[in-house]
Design a protein around this ligand. Structure first.
Ligand SMILES: [Zn+2]
Length: 162
């Protein structure tokens, strides 16, 4: 089904899959999180080129509608990754605000000085901020935890039990 470059994919994630939406954003994908209620909504989103990701069995799976059947986040992500043949691209991680989906922008150390802990400031990190909600992001232990988690999405076998 791959007609687009996987890295250009954009998504609409249905309301029951909040964690999937969050992790797609962490992976750098433009992801709208909303409650899908009417077929006209789906048509509008797919018309904009977005892929629909849902658990709602009322929606017919198809070229642009992906039905995730698993309950656990890790398995849901594995299903999505396998279905779309998504590749892990570390350079895209945390380029988009997980909270509001806005593309992050670089921000200077000077500008974040009063807004992040001193210990973080002294490390010479590259800071990014969300121009919409104002959150600041930087690589660090937080980000290592995120990378470990992402790694598991690609390496864990698909298992619904346990
Ligand atoms: Zn934001």
């Amino acid at each position: 089904m791959m007609v687009q470059n996987p890295s250009d994919l954009t998504f609409v994630v249905d309301s029951m899959l909040g964690k999937v939406a969050k992790w797609l954003r962490i992976l750098g994908y433009d992801t709208v999180f909303t409650r899908l209620t009417a077929p006209s909504q789906l048509a509008r989103w797919t018309g904009q080129g977005r892929l629909i990701v849902t658990r709602g069995r009322r929606w017919q799976p198809g070229e642009r509608v992906i039905l995730l059947t698993a309950d656990r986040l890790e398995v849901q992500m594995r299903q999505l990754i396998a279905h779309l043949d998504l590749k892990f691209d570390r350079n895209r991680v945390l380029t988009r605000c997980p909270r509001c989906n806005t593309a992050l922008q670089p921000i200077s150390r000077l500008e974040v000085e009063t807004r992040v802990p001193d210990a973080v400031l002294t490390r010479g990190y590259l800071f990014r901020h969300c121009p919409n909600c104002g959150r600041i992001y930087w690589p660090g232990t937080h980000s290592q935890r995120i990378l470990n988690r992402l790694n598991r999405f690609w390496t864990d076998p698909i298992q619904e039990s346990n």
